[in-house]
Design a protein around this ligand. Structure first.
Ligand code: GLA
Length: 507
């Protein structure tokens, strides 16, 4: 009975507060509005207006994705307040115009971030509500340098859930992938990381500790299972408040999350900028936020491979290693089509002089086996990634593989080029129309040579000692057919979008 009375009183108060809003004026400032059920993106929970001692009017929105979003260019027009809010898609639209309108039903807020618009009604917030929803800025540490730790001496190899499953993942599926990795022979070919990408996170407990969602009942048990198969477990988080798919990020909980991951037995962390683009919009803060997690992982004492994912911004290849990164994405997301894969592999990922043992340029996960490219195109995908010393993280359903897919992924000669201990990222040495020749020097003095047909018509290629940077060739092996070829006489037919890969040695 007492409870019902309290609820009724609260409702009456809220209603009178809401109606009274229409009588208020933005000029006064001192307004705190709460939105009970905002659209999930960007999740605006609070609006606050202040009148400073010097008379200046300012305001901000507080959102689930970005924390505080200050208003600029405020203009009052009767019951309507217009203002600008920074838009994180800064390239073509640095700000968006919002409006707040005082109505009988409450405060109507309209506007958007990154192309999507919201329309939501708010009511006056109590002091308790405001305190509970206020954003607490988490300061970043000064930038430091993390010494090499010997991990990822060669590019990491494994599987990741995102390309095939996106957020439709659960404990059972991850265990099934670990099983398939072993039964298919892929583990023994070198693929050891089983990486859970976005979508495993739940909410934080009262102590702030991040808990998995209901689809992952026991992360430690899952790690034990994966380890029991001779494999390693990877997990995913973001320096922002939200991950790209809208799950809980590590903002304000970096050291705590690193400890939690280590306690669960995690061996690999992908740290994806996502909503953190709001707080960390320049080179200095991006470096520091990646350093913060790098240092937190180190402090756990557990060897954890650290994968930076900020889409290649601010020339990450030149500093990824110093913030503790073992691999860093050089590009936006891959998709399962030749146009995107080849753009990433040929144009975006070549950032020479930085990749090598302990730190690798990452052109994103493999699409081999997902069905969007032809066989020739998938051979090009594997050849290009191996020539680039790229991480080989498979992205398909390991339970459903045809022979071609398995053979392409398990080719030991191709893997050996990717994993070569010298750790040199191969590069183009000759371009002739649609033909592109790449060379990658290997530890034993031999050279991997690849010929790519980037065009739509078949072509014929010949490869020379000069392409390999060698005086004369004594032996050559076609790594896709497994056959020896005569290095002097050989010409090769390349199908459209196809590739050839040789390992050649000097006389
Ligand atoms: C970003 C990353 C992807 C993937 C998704 C998950 O887009 O670049 O690799 O992790 O987020 O939401």
């Amino acid at each position: 009975m007492r409870h019902i009375l309290l609820v009724i009183t609260a409702c009456i108060l809220a209603l009178t507060g809401t109606a009274a809003l229409a009588q208020q004026s933005f000029d006064a400032g001192g307004m705190r509005i709460v939105f009970d059920d905002p659209p999930s993106y960007p999740g605006v929970r609070l609006l606050e207006m202040r009148r400073a001692a010097d008379g200046g009017l300012s305001g901000k929105l507080t959102s689930d994705w970005y924390g505080d979003m200050p208003m600029s260019n405020l203009a009052i027009d009767g019951k309507v307040l217009r203002f600008d809010v920074r838009n994180i898609n800064t390239r073509d639209m640095p700000t968006r115009r919002w409006t707040a309108t005082l109505t009988d039903k409450g405060l109507l807020l309209q506007g958007g971030v990154w192309h999507s618009d919201v329309r939501q009604i708010g009511r006056p917030a109590s002091a308790e509500e405001y305190a509970a929803l206020a954003y607490h800025e988490a300061p970043l540490p000064p930038l430091g340098t993390i010494a090499p730790d010997g991990l990822a001496a060669t590019p990491p190899m494994g599987w990741s859930s995102w390309n095939k499953f996106a957020e439709h993942i659960d404990d059972k599926t991850i265990r099934a992938m670990a099983d398939a990795m072993v039964s298919s022979g892929l583990r023994d070919a070198g693929y050891v990381y089983v990486n859970i990408d976005d979508g495993w996170q739940g909410t934080r407990g009262p102590d702030g500790e991040l808990r998995p969602n209901a689809k992952f009942p026991d992360m430690k048990a899952l790690a034990d299972y994966v380890h029991g198969k001779g494999l390693k477990l990877g997990l995913y988080s973001s320096p922002g408040l939200k991950t790209c798919a809208g799950y809980t990020g590590s903002y304000g909980h970096v050291a705590q999350d690193a400890k939690t991951f280590a306690r669960w037995g995690v061996d690999y962390l992908k740290y994806d900028l996502c909503s953190g683009e709001w707080q960390y919009a320049d080179a200095d803060t991006v470096k520091r936020t990646y350093y913060e997690m790098g240092a937190a992982l180190k402090a756990t004492g557990r060897p954890i491979v650290y994968s930076l994912c900020q889409y290649g911004r601010f020339e990450v290849a030149s500093w990824g290693r110093s913030v503790g990164g073992h691999l860093w994405r050089t590009t936006g997301d891959i998709t399962d089509d030749y146009a995107k894969m080849s753009e990433i592999g040929f144009e975006r990922n070549p950032k020479f002089g930085h990749a090598g043992p302990g730190g690798w340029n990452d052109p994103d996960m493999l699409e081999v086996g997902n069905g969007g490219m032809s066989r020739d195109e998938y051979i090009t995908h594997m050849t290009l990634w191996a020539m680039s010393a790229a991480p080989l993280l498979m992205g398909h359903d390991l339970r459903e593989m045809d022979d071609f897919t398995l053979r392409a992924l398990k080719n030991r000669d191709v893997i050996a080029v990717d994993q070569d201990a010298l750790g040199v990222q191969g590069k183009p040495v000759r371009k002739d129309g649609a033909l592109e020749i790449w060379a990658k020097p290997l530890k034993d003095g031999s050279v991997a040579l690849a010929a790519f047909n980037r065009g739509d018509k078949p072509l014929t290629a010949s490869l020379s000692a000069h392409d390999a940077g060698l005086g004369a060739l004594s032996a050559a092996r076609d790594l896709w057919s497994g056959k020896a070829v005569d290095p002097a006489a050989a010409t090769f037919d390349l199908p459209p979008h196809g590739a050839l890969m040789l390992r050649v040695s000097a006389r």
